[in-house]
Ligand binder design. Sequence first.
Ligand code: SF4
Length: 113
Amino acid sequence: MNVEAGKKALRFQFAPIVDKLGYKFNPAEEDVEFLLEAEVTFQRQYGIPYCPCQARTRDRAENMKIVCPCIPFHREHYDAMKRCWCGLFVHKDVTDPSALKQIPPSKFVKRKE
Ligand code: SF4
């Protein structure tokens, strides 16, 4: 499967999943294309569309938490940002994704305390 077909397949696969979670693809189409291309590369390499923005470790169980779309594993954090960590997905009501800020996990934990 070529890269374009791979991206199309991931869009088709992810859209209904994130829809049920209250998210949609980021309207910033250029960012979406870039991130999906990276995921297609991981999928070809490892058979799994790992997150392009989060580092994998030697711990398989932990790595499963960064398989796209990883929203259920980081729900509170992403809901607070109205976007996933990479910004591939945003809350359905977001019209200006450039206004959304990334909150580092360490700061998010502190905010909850
Ligand atoms: S942060 Fe976004 S792009 Fe990365 S795996 Fe999670 S849902 Fe996918």
